[in-house]
Design a protein around this ligand. Structure first.
Ligand SMILES: *Cc1c(COP(=O)(O)O)cnc(C)c1O
Length: 360
């Protein structure tokens, strides 16, 4: 067996100790005589799994009691629709567009009411984040929506919009659990789990209680936060395996890493190795304004598209896979989520330097 360093933006690496536990429990979970993949979601064994997973998420993220948690199928993209369907009570909402996903979220929301794009960084190809303090927000907006870490463009917010009386809604798909988060700053947080949490197939929403229960009568039950959350995420058959894997990853963060403050230290250190290298030479370039550089997704280009292609091919052959940048940006992107070991980043930088010397 030769495991590669997988720099994919998602689905992405899972911590090896987590995969080992999943392997050991694959045929029989506990003394249940069956796999989690096979068991009834109504069984007491699975009931304990989902309850323990939610409790762990609450501990790790320090989620206040007045927030509810929902495990929801359909990924982050379904959340683009669920947010306006459930929260756009005044008929309009503000969106800040800082990349592909926030743009898609805004377009989806416009099907349900008026969307005001109050700021955008499109003018500089999404290489920065607009200053949230100088934005003219729309009076009476139901919420302000942001994408906190821009997976494709490699940027992240360094401060949050704070609009008195208007809930902040954040897509945190590519940064959740990468560092401590003050959940009380948000009305709703959502994330697809396949970047930093679990295998693909689920999103998690963390919703302030008072924002629930306002969906109109035409909203399908399966897209109604209140219906799903009132049923403890078991309105229908939930993504049982994904929930189980989420629990294992949370246990790894809590008991092996030592919590989110330590996770953040590790992530900052990994990103610094890569950015320091990028800043130390002229062959590779990172287009993002330094202040807004993502800790999770690091983009860079070599001098030509031909060299980019050669880089990705040779990197893959050397065991560094999925480094090709998103088609909207080109070049390369190294996604260095929680599960990417520091050693993987150090070895990538060594590979980059060898490639530079051979091709400069
Ligand atoms: C990956 C990603 C999405 C899309 O997630 P799906 O689960 O595939 O719908 C949305 N937003 C962000 C920030 C992402 O990184």
């Amino acid at each position: 067996m030769a495991r590669v360093y997988n720099f994919s933006a998602g689905p992405s690496m899972l911590p090896e100790p987590v995969l080992e536990i999943a392997r050991d429990q694959l045929l029989e979970y506990g003394c249940s005589g069956q796999s989690v993949m096979e068991m009834s979601h109504r069984s007491s064994t699975f009931d304990a799994i989902i309850k323990d997973t939610e409790a762990a998420l609450r501990r790790v993220l320090n989620i206040p009691d007045n927030y509810k948690v929902g495990f929801i199928q359909g990924g982050a993209s379904t959340q683009f629709a669920m947010v306006p369907m459930n929260l756009m009570t005044t008929g309009h909402a503000d969106y800040i567009v800082t990349g592909n996903f926030s743009n898609r979220a805004a377009k989806e929301a416009a099907k349900f009411g008026q969307v005001d794009v109050v700021a955008s960084s499109k003018d500089k190809n999404f290489t920065y984040i607009p200053d949230p303090d100088t934005i003219a927000y729309t009076p009476g907006a139901s919420y302000v929506h942001i994408c906190e870490n821009n997976t494709i463009f490699g940027t992240r917010y360094t401060k949050l919009p704070q609009v008195p009386g208007v809930p902040l809604v954040a897509d945190m798909s590519s940064c959740i659990l990468s560092r401590p988060t003050d959940v009380s700053q948000y009305g709703l947080i959502y994330f697809g789990v396949q970047k930093n949490v679990a295998p693909a197939g689920m999103a998690i929403a963390i919703v302030r209680e008072d924002l629930l229960g306002n969906a109109g009568p035409a909203v399908p039950d399966m897209l109604n936060y209140k219906t799903l959350i009132d049923a403890d995420s078991m309105y229908n058959t939930p993504p049982c395996w994904c929930i189980y894997m989420t629990g294992l990853v949370l246990d790894w963060i809590e008991n092996q890493v030592g919590g989110l403050a330590e996770m953040e230290k590790r992530n900052n250190a990994k990103a610094a190795v890569l950015y320091d290298y990028l800043d130390s030479q002229e062959f590779y370039k990172n287009p993002v304004e330094k202040e807004f550089r993502s800790i999770m997704n690091v983009t860079f280009t070599s001098p030509t598209p031909e060299l980019d292609k050669k880089f990705c091919a040779e990197a893959a052959a050397a065991g560094f896979v999925n480094l090709k940048g998103h088609r909207l940006v080109g070049g390369m992107r190294a996604s260095i989520y929680n599960a990417m070991p520091a050693e993987g980043v150090a070895k990538l930088v060594q590979f980059m330097e060898d490639f530079r010397k051979a091709n400069a």
